[in-house]
Every structure is written in C-alpha cells, then in structure tokens.
Design a protein around this ligand. Structure first.
Ligand code: NAP
Length: 298
C-alpha cells in the first residue's frame, strides 16, 4: 500500500528541531512491507505549541506519535494516562491514541533489552556499569533493574545526577545493589567487577571525536561493551573494545527495537524487524538522513 486514501491512519514524530530522526524510514518501510494503510510523518513542534499539537492528535484522530527532544518530559501533563515505564522514568517517547485517550509509553528500555537479546546476551545476574545519568541512562538503568541484574553502577560526571537516579531506582525496586561513582574517580575496581559496560553519554559521537568514556587499559575480553551511540556505527569505544577482544555492540539495535515496540503498540501487529533494520541501515549507509535533515531545518 503506497497511496494515501480516505482511510489512511496517520502516525509520526514530534520534536524540535527534529533534524536527526531516522524513525520515518523504519516505520514507513514496515507499513509498506505489511501492506498496512498507515503513514508516518515528521511534525516539527516548538515548545510553545506542544499542548496544541497534543490536542491535535485527538482532534485529528492521529493513531500514534513518537516524541523526541525536547518534549519527552514536558508532554506528560497533556496525556490521559502513562504506562508504568513512562511513569517511573518521567519521560514518554511513544503516544498511543486509544479511541481518544492518549497513553504515554517509553520503549527505550525494552529497546535496550531486545537489542541485547538479538546478540544472545541477557542482563540476568550480570554486574552492569552505566556511564551517564541522562535520559538514555535512566531507561537502561530501569530496564537493567527490572531484568534481574546482579548489580548496577552509575558513573556520571555530575555525581549528584547519578545519586538521584539511584534514589529513583530504589523507590521502585530494592532487588539489586546500586552504586554511584564520578567519571573522574578511579574506575579500575568497578571495571574489574563489571561485565556489561554501557556508554549512555555522547562521548564518541561524530562531533566529539575519537574519545572513550572509560580508560582503554580497563577494557578486556571479559567485557560486553554496549555503546548506545549509532552515529557513527563504530565509535572509538566499539572499535577499541573489539581490538581488545571484548564483545562490542552499537546503538543501532536499541534504536530499532524502541521503534518495533512503538509499531506494535500502535498496530497490535508484530513488527517486521528485519525490514525495519534494513531501512535503518540503508539510510545510514546512503547518507539520505543528512539530506532529510537539511530539508527539515530549512
Ligand atoms: P542526555 O539526556 O543529554 O544525557 C547525556 C548524559 O551524558 C548526561 O549524564 C551528561 O552529563 C553526560 N555527558 C555528556 N557529555 C559528557 C562528557 N563529555 N563527559 C561525561 N559525561 C557526559 O542524552 P541521552 O538522551 O541520555 O543520550 C545519551 C547518548 O545515548 C547519546 O549519544 C544518544 O545518541 C544515545 N542514545 C541512543 C539511543 C538508541 O536508541 N540507541 C537512545 C537514546 C539515546 P550531564 O548531565 O552532566 O550533562
């Protein structure tokens, strides 16, 4: 189904400035693959228009919306209901329009876990180290707590943010031991215990150069290195960890699976994962995303 008809269901993404979204490629490829009468569109929404835009979801009968920066938290007061994940994270990345009732979800945590599963890993009984204490770190930390990790250490440049995240986790679960460290502390002991090491900072993104979130000599073949970054696909962390015989995973799978989870919330149908993965890889490899970004920022 490629045409828009009188019955086409509309989905999409709101954000500002919405320059780097890959979601339209994944979702439209999935709708096409399954011959579903759906389309996914980008909506550039400024902060002052957020309430009106959310009202528009109801008024226009839009089926589902992804939410990205800077609206993930500010969107909450405009919604009717939150999933348990979205409530405890205080952030929404997916809105479901259930017959006029807007339900906020957060699929980043499940995206992280499914991506690990794809690589045949689980967090059960593992000692996990998360570097960063922002939105993505929060999603990973709660997912790790839910999924039965042995311990979690949050390492942040601002230790008070790591402590605040630890308190939030303890408010929901006392089942795992949570520690916090500053990124400038000696990380040798924690890297010795740590098995799954997650970079949830932008250190290593194209703009930040060839930098590592932890000292190179602390990485070894016992580690599973998970860098949430997907541009570039191979960060310095992924590259150097592979050289040191650690298992290294990039952020592409998490990006893919937060989208497959949103797709399933909106349609009730299993997502065509491989079609969506291919759409993502194709656009990243072709550079189309930068053309898209230029169009949107005009
Ligand atoms: P965020 O909310 O802005 O949080 C970023 C975190 O990194 C904060 O704790 C920040 O510390 C810390 N940080 C930033 N620069 C740093 C530096 N130079 N040294 C040490 N710490 C630094 O961002 P986010 O949404 O969590 O995203 C974090 C990363 O994950 C980004 O690279 C993003 O692309 C990636 N991500 C990937 C996926 C995926 O699906 N694969 C999903 C979400 C995010 P302060 O609080 O002190 O600023």
């Amino acid at each position: 189904m490629t045409e828009i008809s009188g019955t086409t269901s509309i989905t999409g993404i709101i954000g500002y400035p919405l320059t780097y979204t890959l979601s339209p490629y994944m979702h439209n490829a999935a709708f096409k693959e399954l011959d579903l009468d759906y389309k996914y569109l980008p909506f550039v929404v400024e902060e002052r228009q957020l309430g009106a835009a959310i009202g528009g979801i109801k008024a226009l009968g839009i089926s589902g919306i992804n939410v990205t920066m800077p609206h993930k938290e500010n969107v909450i007061p405009f919604l009717d209901e939150l999933s348990s994940e979205a409530r405890r994270m205080g952030a929404v990345n997916t809105i479901e329009n259930d017959s006029g009732r807007l339900i906020g979800h957060n699929t980043d945590g499940i995206g992280f876990l499914k991506s690990l599963e794809d690589q045949l890993y689980s967090v059960v009984d593992r000692n996990v180290v998360v570097i960063g204490a922002g939105g993505a770190a929060k999603a990973v930390a709660f997912a790790v707590a839910d999924a039965g990790a042995e311990s979690l250490t949050i390492v942040a440049r601002n230790k008070s943010k790591a402590d605040a995240l630890k308190d939030k986790i303890y408010a929901y679960s006392h089942n795992l031991s949570v520690k916090t460290l500053s990124i400038t502390d000696d990380l040798a002991d924690i890297m010795l215990v740590g098995e799954l090491i997650v970079n949830a900072t932008p250190i290593g993104m194209k703009e930040s150069g060839y930098l590592l979130p932890v000292p190179l000599d602390l990485i070894n073949e016992r580690h599973i290195i998970f860098d949430l970054i997907y541009t570039p696909l191979e960060t310095a962390f992924v590259k150097e960890a592979s050289k040191r015989k650690a298992k290294a995973i990039n952020g592409l799978g998490m990006l893919l699976h937060q989208a497959t989870a949103a797709f399933e919330i909106w349609t009730g149908i299993s997502a065509p994962v491989e079609t969506m993965r291919k759409a993502l890889l194709d656009v990243l490899e072709s550079g189309d995303q930068s053309r898209y970004a230029k169009q949107k920022s005009r």
